[in-house]
Ligand binder design. Structure first.
Ligand code: TXA
Ligand code: MG
Length: 323
């Protein structure tokens, strides 16, 4: 059963979030599917509830710029844009700080993090009360349209999440503008509530997405080799391992194959949510440890293609793709 909480029950919603539960919440753009972004299992549950076939990086929500900028590295452009447009429908993609508390899965393993301060009284009250970064993709099943009322959220996710915080209908109705600021230039990844012209008035020229689609532009920016900020292991990755050599690092799922030079366990009990939560940290650790020990590659045990396994296999397939 999904509880419907009123705006007066913000503290209840915040307590659920802090306990690792999923709580949908209103923003000025669309309803977000909130989870404690520090908690890998809660973030994995977001992908599971949405039925996402791959791990898109999620936006993290904060009550003010100070809280947001505690997790990312900022420059003058970010400060000026936050000053002008926050709270509001602008999301900034910036490099993660070394001490960033947001789980790697929320950022899909990237070195950058998307942060935003929504202009919605109920959202801000929730974020203040929760006092943790809140990951929040739109609160709909993957492939369906974004919800702008609590009832829309229930139609898609009723029974799959702990609660929805009802703040009435969303004013803007389209998602926030996503602006990439991490690599010197500024690039618009997704058009939204704040226009490119408004942004340019503050920081100067902004690269626009190719006419193809904003999604395509995001993919280009994120593709391995195109950008230093994109994480892909430097060791080659071998999928579907049924045996492992001493010069290999092993990403295990269930009882580990014997004989590897280093082992990271995704989930001893073959729990897909735990595996998703440990995937990106595992790839990073095996890559570093493998290089330190002079190992040849990362071998990966098979993960079943069901539920979150689809997203896990999608990411592993990308990590193993020729480059
Ligand atoms: O209005 C909104 O932004 C809503 C409300 C709930 O805040 N949220 C939302 O989140 O639309 P989501 O997860 O559906 O969209 C996230 C977008 C995606 O296009 C994703 O690719 C991009 O932001 N994104 C997130 N993190 C990124 C990163 N590190 N690098 C590049 N793109 C990123
Ligand atoms: Mg969405």
């Amino acid at each position: 059963m999904t509880r419907v909480l009123s705006a007066a029950e913000v503290d209840e919603a915040a307590a659920l979030l802090r306990a690792g539960e999923l709580v949908a919440f209103p923003t000025e753009t669309v309803y977000g599917l909130g989870a404690d972004a520090r908690n890998g299992r809660a973030v994995a549950a977001v992908f599971e509830a949405k039925g996402r076939p791959h791990f898109n990086p999620l936006i993290c929500h904060f009550p003010d710029a100070e809280a947001a900028f505690a997790e990312v590295l900022v420059d003058d452009r970010a400060l000026a844009l936050a000053d002008r447009f926050w709270p509001g429908p602008l999301t900034l993609v910036l490099p993660r700080r070394p001490d960033c508390r947001v789980d790697l899965l929320a950022g899909a393993g990237l070195d950058t993090l998307a942060v935003r301060v929504p202009a919605h009284k109920v959202a801000l009250a929730l974020l203040r009360a929760a006092a943790v970064p809140v990951a929040g993709p739109s609160a709909n099943r993957s492939g369906q349209v974004s919800p702008t009322t609590a009832q829309h959220v229930l139609d898609g996710l009723g029974g799959r999440i702990a609660a929805v915080l009802d703040g009435g209908a969303c004013e803007v109705g389209v998602e926030s503008t996503v602006l990439h600021l991490a690599s010197g230039g500024a690039a618009l990844l997704r058009p939204g509530g704040v226009t490119a012209e408004q942004i340019e008035a503050v920081i100067g020229p902004v690269a626009r997405p190719l006419p193809v689609a904003a999604a395509e532009a995001t993919r280009t920016l994120r593709s391995p080799g195109m950008m230093l900020s994109h994480y892909a292991p430097s060791l080659p990755v071998r999928l579907g391992a049924t045996a492992v050599a001493a010069d290999e690092a092993l990403l295990a799922f269930g009882p580990p194959l014997p004989g590897a030079g280093a082992v990271w366990q995704l989930s001893e009990t073959r729990d897909l949510r735990e595996a998703a939560a440990r995937l990106f940290a595992g790839l990073r650790w095996l890559d570093a440890e493998g290089q330190r020990l002079g190992l040849a590659r990362i071998a990966v045990m098979a993960v079943p293609m069901k539920g979150l396994g689809e997203a896990i296999n999608d990411r592993l397939g990308r990590a193993a793709a020729p480059r």
